[in-house]
Design a protein around this ligand. Structure first.
Ligand code: FAD
Length: 761
């Protein structure tokens, strides 16, 4: 057994102890997989093990080709079942066809896949890695966990983590005896396969939750779990609470900082008997809310996550001149382009407002795109929210100070790093405006850390509840589902005063927002169109007034003064057109078929029609340039609420039909009472999938007999799943297959890249 040397500091038993090692690799888009991997690495020592933690993108730090210790993968899935950005290269590497089937024969792995069953391709990245590992000969030592963010990751994650340690130890001892056996066999000069039956019986304890398993049964299973939290708690209670130089000081004796509460991870206290705040004002809780709970939760013992180890030292320095940086810093990959046109696509009485923006990319050859590509828009946090945050942190008068961030020397966090996306010499104002996603929903670990900075006992207890296992439903209801931001949370918990360092440790990087190109360069040289709905968040407990989505709200404010209505579209030549920062995200597979004679079907309700406008503009130009060529049939299934209010691109689509570019245009109106003249009330197509069913035979013919293509774009949460189910049902009926065989046909279509999705939620 290969072992790792660890520092002897703090070990009582031996002056120098050697502990078995294992490897933890993560692929993470928004930080969840990363923080779980870090959690595993952090508590490894508690289990007498040494964890070597790396991101899958840091391939200089690990070597799977030679790895003889157990490997734990924790990976999330993003977009249309894609690997997170930092796992892309790894997935590409292991997918290479040249790798032999015994390439990873020596490898023993466990895998935790994170996903969301509200989206198609649940846990696809984890499943892809697992499939390839097995094809390349790797052996699983612990059943894979498929955690579903749709019902709460913890439902699978907690028991999976609980069983992990026994499984690693089992794997270590099996690998040891394998090696002994192998050496013995080598000595006997009779090479034999290492025994295969090495998966420990810990497997029996595991959950491998399928998409169809009911939430109830999942929830029941989690009630039995507490060991992981307990193990974690002992670590946490050993972890002293770190005090940053920027932490607002609580008065001595403040209940929020009672010594016994510091660093406590497993809380076995109920709410204070009299629910009174520090000022002695009684809290009257008539109903549960973000800030108040009801029995049984309010009286329950709580299992809370381990207190995350602080790892950053942050200081602010006054400087003579502050560089006024406007816009994001990574200029190499970004292009600052003017908006050349802005059109409102929906009527005033439409439920959602859709806008079309045209960007002038003529000065940026690197932005040349193909239909099917999307591009990122970088937007800043809202100035008013940044100001509120500065006030809330008590740092408003230091907004122009330079931020210095370094690693805490005493941190216990494994693999701790200063976030690479935070540049040197930036001001505090810039940090909060361009670097941190200040609207992101606080994770439970963040809530746990906030407890340590909350003065009022009732508020502290409520934060503990919200991050506890017992309070999972309340967390979903009051924090996750309404997308509560940290600022909204701090407003609801006025006695909570976190230091700046905590925000930097827990808030993710401000993410660019991708949009699909809704034009073709052939039709509009030097121009790029995109169309989007303004996202609206309604008021909720913790959010007295509704708010707009960050990027769509920002774009709306930018272009509002120059916005034109379709009938006046050509008159928009305002000189004051704003510029935005964008970068291209090429999509190599979501493209119209390269064979012009191949038929294809497009399904894109709402703004999901965007890439298909690009497809059809390109097709129209190709038809003009190649009048002799044979072009395959094209079908578009579009859907909206009302024919007269939100039928996007109506004129252009009808024009494509008139010119023969679009063979079939099928539109469904979900809220119009007037039904299509040609259909009976019983089959009135409300949604795109109903229209698909009405044309089932033609579609399956195109797909299965004419080698056609099927594209879906738009809402991942409902539409893409419904379309997928409908397509499976159609294949099942038309080919008279059972469900399993229909699923296989659908999977084969995906594999052949003839069933393609570009979906978002
Ligand atoms: P944010 O502030 O980021 O909020 C959006 C988030 O909040 C989402 O996670 C959503 O699930 C959630 N949310 C939305 N409404 C509510 C609510 N009422 N209550 C609680 N939560 C809510 N969008 C387009 O409109 N057109 C496109 O062509 C397009 N193409 C895309 C292509 C790709 C490859 C991807 C990944 C996404 C695409 N999107 C597109 C989505 C787009 O990137 C943004 O997510 C969207 O515009 C919202 O951004 P925002 O910053 O305004 O909202």
């Amino acid at each position: 057994m290969r072992t790792g040397l660890i520092s002897t500091a703090g070990l009582k038993s031996m002056p120098c102890e050697v502990k078995p090692r294992f490897v933890v690799l993560y692929g993470s888009q928004k930080g969840q997989a990363e923080s779980l991997a870090e959690g595993v690495a952090e508590v490894a020592e508690e289990h007498g093990l040494v964890a070597e933690l790396s991101c899958l993108s840091q391939n200089e730090k690990y070597n799977l080709e030679k790895e003889n210790a157990p490997v734990v993968f924790i990976v999330s899935t993003t977009g249309d079942g894609e690997p997170p950005d930092n796992a892309l290269q790894f997935v590409k590497r292991i997918k290479k066809k040249t790798l032999s089937t015994d390439h990873y024969k020596h490898l023993r792995y466990a895998l935790l896949a994170l996903g969301d069953t509200n989206y198609a391709n649940f846990c696809n990245c984890g499943k892809t890695i697992e499939r390839r590992l097995q094809e390349l000969g790797a052996k699983q030592f612990y059943a894979t966990g498929y955690a579903d963010d749709g019902v709460g990751l913890e439902v699978v994650v907690d028991p999976w983590l609980e069983g992990l340690w026994k499984a690693i130890k089992g794997a270590l001892s099996n690998m040891d005896s394998d090696r002994t056996g192998y050496l013995k066999a080598e000595a006997d000069d009779s090479p034999k396969e290492a025994p295969d039956s090495t998966i420990p019986d810990v497997q029996l304890n595991l959950l491998s939750i399928t998409d169809h398993q009911s939430c109830e049964s999942i929830r029941e299973s989690v009630e039995t779990v507490s060991k992981f939290a307990t193990a974690a708690s002992s670590l946490a209670s050993a972890t002293p609470t770190a005090v940053s130089d920027l932490r607002p000081a609580f008065p001595a004796g403040s209940p929020g900082l009672a010594p016994q509460s510091r660093g406590t991870a497993s809380v076995s206290t109920s709410a204070p008997e009299t629910q009174a705040g520090d000022a002695g004002v009684p809290h009257v809780a008539l109903a549960a809310s973000l800030t108040h709970s009801l029995p049984p939760l309010s009286e329950s013992s709580l299992n809370v996550p381990a207190l995350p180890s602080p790892y950053l030292d942050v200081s602010l320095q006054e400087v003579d001149t502050v560089e006024q940086i406007i816009g994001p810093l990574n200029k190499e990959t970004l292009h600052e382009v003017p908006i050349s046109r802005a059109v409102k696509m929906t009527r005033g009485d439409s439920v959602k407002m859709a806008l079309l923006l045209e960007l002038d990319i003529s000065a940026h050859p690197m932005m040349t795109y193909h239909p099917g590509d999307s591009f990122d828009v970088l937007c800043p946090n809202r100035a008013a929210e940044v100001e509120d945050m500065l006030h809330r942190l008590g740092l408003h008068d230091r907004r122009n100070h330079q931020v210095h961030i370094s690693l805490r020397k005493d941190t216990k966090k494994k693999g701790a790093q200063v976030p690479s996306y935070i540049s040197h010499n930036i001001s505090l104002l810039y940090l909060l405006t361009w670097c941190l996603e200040i609207r992101s929903v606080p994770k439970k670990a963040f809530l746990r850390a906030l407890v340590e900075h909350t003065g009022d006992g009732v508020q502290r207890r409520r934060l503990q509840e919200l991050c506890s296992k017992q309070g999972a439903a309340d967390y979903n209801l009051y924090v996750r589902d309404p997308s509560l931001s940290i600022m909204e949370l701090l407003t609801a918990f006025p006695s909570c005063s976190p230091p700046l360092s905590l925000l930097i440790e827990h808030l993710p990087k401000l993410q660019p927002r991708p949009y699909s190109a809704a034009s073709s360069c052939l039709r509009y040289p030097g121009k790029l169109h995109f169309v989007f709905n303004i996202v609206e968040f309604p008021a909720s407990p913790g959010r007295p007034a509704g708010r707009r989505g960050l990027c769509t709200g920002w774009l709306f404010d930018l272009i509002n003064p120059v916005l034109v209505f379709p009938e006046k579209a050509e008159s928009s030549s305002s000189p004051a057109l704003p510029k935005i920062h964008v970068s291209l995200r090429p999509n190599s597979s979501f493209r119209p078929p390269s064979d012009l004679s191949a038929p294809f079907i497009m399904v894109g309700p709402g703004t999901g029609v965007a890439p298909f406008i690009g497809f059809l503009q390109q097709r129209e130009m190709e038809r003009k340039e190649n009048p002799e060529a044979i072009f395959g049939e094209t079908w578009l299934f579009f859907g909206c609420r009302h024919r007269d209010r939100d039928y996007l691109f109506r004129e252009e689509l009808e024009g494509f039909v008139s010119s023969g570019t679009l063979s079939q245009l099928k539109v469904s109106f979900s809220r119009d009472d007037q039904e299509e003249a040609s259909t009976s009330a019983a089959v009135r197509p409300r949604y795109v999938q109903h229209n698909l069913l009405l044309n089932s035979q033609r579609i399956t013919d195109i797909l299965l007999k004419q080698n056609g293509y099927f594209y879906v774009c738009g809402d991942a949460k409902n539409m893409a799943k419904d379309v997928n189910d409908t397509l499976m049902q159609m294949i099942q009926t038309e080919l008279e297959l059972d469900q399993l065989d229909a699923m296989k046909r659908l999977a084969a279509l995906r594999e052949e890249k003839r069933y393609l999705q570009d979906i978002w939620g």
